[in-house]
Design a protein around this ligand. Structure first.
Ligand SMILES: [Zn+2]
Length: 116
């Protein structure tokens, strides 16, 4: 659907604000969509959300998909990635999730283990 930018601009001038519900781990979050970003939002809501968080769309989608749970980056004996949850639980903020993603689970020397 093409956005009628003139209508959007007139609505904004009349004091109508635009909000959207974007997906985050654990549910949704209501965010303001500036009138000059309405078309951008409609074209790519996930891309808009990623930009809002200052991350790539891939990072944003993975964060939501993983429910904010960072995954262990250790390589297991059979050569695949461990992917156990990093100690501390899910639904982390995206900053924290990015910082801890590929850290280690308790089995692989992360927080909660005795080996470091
Ligand atoms: Zn692990």
């Amino acid at each position: 659907m093409a956005i009628d930018l003139k209508t959007v601009a007139e609505m904004a001038t009349a004091g109508i604000a635009f909000v959207a519900n974007i997906r985050i781990p654990g549910g949704g979050e209501t965010v303001a969509v500036p009138s000059n970003s309405v078309a951008e939002y409609v074209a790519d809501p996930q891309g808009f959300a990623a930009k809002l968080f200052g991350v790539t769309k891939e990072q944003y989608l993975l964060w939501v998909e993983m429910d904010g749970m960072p995954q262990c980056g250790a390589t297991t004996k059979n050569g695949s990635r461990c992917k156990n949850g990093v100690s501390g639980g899910s639904q982390r903020s995206i900053e924290e999730w990015l910082r801890l993603e590929s850290d280690y689970c308790a089995v692989h020397g992360g927080e909660g283990s005795n080996s470091r």
